[in-house]
Design a protein around this ligand. Structure first.
Ligand code: ZN
Length: 337
């Protein structure tokens, strides 16, 4: 993501070279059998358990933090890299073990420096896939190629513990609870690729979310996303989650609903005031897909885009606070349709 208060970046424009559109709806994906392009891992045919009461909803913070460390152990997870492929394997294994319905949305872009094709993959995990009204919980799962904000090592190793792994770890742990909570709507987790395949100023951000949003706007997939929540940098040890300005402007009801749930749960790290205006994957979802989507992001993170964005700067407790709010929010989704 980028902070539009501190950085000037050109408006992102549609640019999807070599894009292959792949339908994501379970029915169409199954019928087309698009040879290795749509991965159909398992169909979710769960007998949904008795819904847990709110008091029983327990996000396992330590387990989520363990996921974060596992992801960071892979190293760099730049779009199209071996590390990204390893991470995809880890996610497929995880959600396969939960019997979730999982698909990949793939497309190619030109590498911003070399010009060679880079394979992009958005991963979509669906719970209650037949529900025609759905919510979207999403994060990016690629890491920036280099820690450009690092004073001493701007070409050093960037493993994105908070900026990358935190959102992924959170969704992995949320996945463990989807059988026991009873969400108001069907739920899709989406892992966006290409959020920051950025080497130089002017390189495009948000490739995966833009591709997904264009697909959704065009495909009319037979279901509708009622609301979306993007998480990004949610594991900072000193967590402060202000309302993000673009989210308040573009998705006011969704934003307020998340912070209202946090207030009720007394999660004081959600601060119901605006601070930063951030350009992030939620812009495409709001502007192109028309899905009102809020961005839960802690931009007060001194290790942002540095070699020190490591698990040491993150905490299980922070992941737990965001996870708890989202588990409750998914059950209620306290917004009007
Ligand atoms: Zn970043």
């Amino acid at each position: 993501m980028s902070n539009s208060d501190s950085e000037k970046r050109p408006e992102y424009t549609p640019c999807l070279p070599h894009a292959h559109q792949r339908p994501l709806s379970p029915e169409r994906a199954g019928v087309r059998g698009s040879a290795g392009i749509t991965i159909r891992i398992a169909t979710l045919l769960l007998a949904w358990g008795i819904p847990a009461s709110a008091a029983e909803i327990k996000f396992d913070s330590a387990r989520a933090y363990g996921y974060l460390k596992d992801i960071c152990k892979i190293g760099r997870r730049v779009s199209g890299s071996d590390g990204m492929i390893q991470q995809q394997r880890l996610l497929i294994k995880h959600f396969q073990s939960l019997s979730a319905d999982m698909k990949a949305q793939r497309f190619d872009v030109a590498h911003p420096v070399k010009g060679t094709p880079v394979r992009m993959t958005n991963l979509v995990v669906s719970f209650d896939p037949k529900a025609t009204e759905r919510i979207l919980i999403c994060c990016h799962y690629d890491t920036r190629p280099y820690p450009d904000q690092d004073t001493f090592r701007p070409k050093g190793l960037f493993i994105g513990a908070n900026d990358g792994a935190s959102g992924v770890a959170l969704l992995m742990e949320l996945g463990n609870h989807m059988k026991t909570i009873n969400p108001r709507y069907g739920v899709d987790f989406v892992f966006f690729d290409g959020e920051e395949l950025v080497y130089n100023e002017g390189d495009k951000y948000f490739l995966g979310s833009e591709f997904f949003s264009k697909w959704y706007a065009r495909a009319k997939p037979g279901y509708r996303y009622v609301a979306g929540v993007l998480v990004d940098m949610v594991a900072d040890r000193s967590l402060q989650l202000y309302m993000e300005k673009n989210s308040v402007r573009k998705a006011p009801d969704v934003t307020r609903s998340v912070w209202a749930v946090a207030k009720r749960l007394r999660v004081k790290e959600f601060i119901a005031r605006q601070k930063y205006e951030i350009r992030d994957d939620h812009l495409a979802l709001n502007d192109i897909a028309g899905i009102p989507t809020t961005d839960i992001i802690d931009f007060d993170y001194r290790y942002w885009h540095t070699t020190r964005d490591t698990p040491l700067q993150c905490s299980a407790a922070s992941l737990g606070k965001v996870g708890k709010v989202l588990l409750h929010w998914m059950v209620e989704v306290p917004i009007s349709r």
